[in-house]
Write a protein that binds this ligand. Structure first.
Ligand code: ATP
Ligand code: MG
Ligand code: MG
Ligand code: MG
Length: 440
């Protein structure tokens, strides 16, 4: 992409309404625009990143054997009356009527819709296990939308639903989700710690939240510091292997780690030696639930088992805050000049800065670099605008591409360009060929 043809509306001033760094940087880098409280337009750079995060989530869900679908955002209230949640859900649910006076709502979550889909088609235990999921916009009329995409009213969520014959099978699905979530967050370079949590209006008593430690997090967390040493790494997991998935669950959840809703100071002190006790803040980037037959029973989602009995299926639901993850990523990766994307999750892999637009040698070298990088399968962003070098550097630093290649007539006389790492700030002079080879 050439910056002269792109739409990157960066802001010079720091927007006054943004209280936390990720919100400020997303506005300044031209990633999002607020359309009303907690509702955002996704501008090209923000949209590109949202898609990248979404892709990682899809890949890891599919790897775990889960099947993508897409449900509507608007739902009829009928299904929610059937499950018994319509009246109880409260003011976070945006309710409306269509022209015929039928009660509708904008989905804040989709247990009912998935349960209804399941019961319409699946009748036999032979078709189980089944996990279907979507990545779809949700609406919750949050009382205090804030921190940009971290607590929006409209937000993108991955929500998955497992249907199993027995509690044991459903707990395996729970463990599978835990494993796939650990992989997902680690691929983004984020450490998200599974913590025992409250289930809230989803229901059920078996649930973990995944928290990214950050001072700006809205949850208070209490944990054993040993947990932060755990890495999922590149281990191979067979998602069908019950013991293996259970082993990962035990490894990652046996130490004390709870959010403030479930924290028990006496248990904390009994289980964790004082020097390892940590009290901090965290961002909830996902949650998994097992809730048994809470929805299948009232909604009649049953299958016939091997003996021919009709039994309600055991279910769970599992969410990832896809748009919130963007905020969490920036909270974890920035400095005073802007965002620092991890190499694996970045809108463009490398920026090319032409110090003297219009100079034949510089223009030619930039074009060659652009072609060579593209041929390598990378996406460069070429700042080909007629602007001062200082402004170009500031924009590149703000939008946080992992690498920058700076091209100017003076260096080219010696056959070199400059390669700079956004994270370390270190620069090297190299031939253009070596610079291309160096960029991952
Ligand atoms: P929170 O405690 O932050 O209100 P939640 O527990 O109500 O979140 P869940 O029902 O568990 O949310 O939804 C799954 C995931 O969706 C959450 O873990 C979070 O990452 C994301 N999420 C929830 N509410 C919002 C929101 N208002 N804006 C952005 N992401 C959200
Ligand atoms: Mg909530
Ligand atoms: Mg929560
Ligand atoms: Mg939650």
């Amino acid at each position: 992409m050439r910056l002269s043809r792109y739409f990157l509306p960066v802001l010079k001033e720091t927007p006054a309404e943004a209280q936390i760094v990720s919100h400020r940087l997303m506005l300044r880098a031209g990633m999002i625009k607020q359309m009303s409280a907690g509702i955002y337009a996704w501008l090209p750079l923000g949209f590109k990143m949202l898609r990248k995060i979404e892709n990682i989530v899809h890949e890891e869900q599919i790897r775990a054997g889960h099947i993508p679908v897409l449900m509507p955002t608007l739902q009829s209230a009928e299904l929610w009356r059937e499950s018994g949640r319509y009246d109880g859900y409260g003011e976070e649910m945006l309710r409306m009527q269509d022209r015929h006076g039928r009660d509708m709502l904008f989905s804040p979550t989709a247990e009912e819709m998935f349960t209804d889909t399941f019961r319409s088609y699946v009748k036999s235990y032979k078709d189980l296990p089944l996990t279907i999921y979507q990545i779809q916009w949700k609406f919750r009329d949050e009382i205090r939308p804030r921190f940009g995409v971290m607590r929006g009213r409209e937000f993108l969520m991955k929500d998955g639903y497992n249907f199993d014959l027995t509690k044991e099978d459903a707990l395996h699905a729970y463990n599978r989700h835990l494993v796939s979530y650990l992989r997902t967050y680690e691929r983004m370079g984020l450490q998200a710690i599974p913590m025992r949590a409250e289930s809230g209006p989803i229901g059920g008593d078996n649930t973990h939240e995944f928290l990214v430690l950050a001072e700006t997090g809205e949850s208070g967390v209490f944990y054993d510091s040993e947990i932060t040493d755990l890495k999922f790494g590149d281990r191979e997991v067979d998602y069908d292997n019950v013991e293996q998935c259970q082993g990962v669950l035990e490894e990652f959840t046996s130490r004390y780690a709870r959010t403030d809703d479930t924290h028990d100071q006496a248990a904390f002190e009994a289980q964790v030696p004082e020097e390892r006790r940590r009290e901090a803040r965290g961002i909830e980037v996902g949650q998994i639930f097992y809730f048994g037959t809470k929805y299948s029973e009232p909604m009649g989602a049953t299958v016939t088992d091997a003996e021919g009995n009709k039994v309600p299926v055991h279910m769970g639901s599992h969410g990832i805050g896809v748009s919130r993850l963007l905020g969490a990523l920036i909270e974890a990766n920035h400095d005073e000049n802007g965002i620092i994307w991890p190499e694996g999750v970045t809108p463009f892999h490398v920026g090319i800065v032409n110090l003297k637009q219009g100079d034949a040698a510089a223009d030619g070298a930039c074009e060659d670099l652009y072609k060579a990088l593209t041929a390598k399968g990378l996406e460069p962003l070429y700042d080909d605008r007629n602007e001062r070098a200082g402004g170009k550097f500031a924009t590149m630093d703000l939008i946080g591409l992992p690498w920058r290649i700076t091209v100017g007539p003076r260096g080219l006389k010696n056959g070199v360009v400059e390669l700079t790492s956004r994270r370390t700030g270190e620069s090297e002079e190299l031939t253009p060929e070596l610079a291309v080879a160096r960029v991952a």
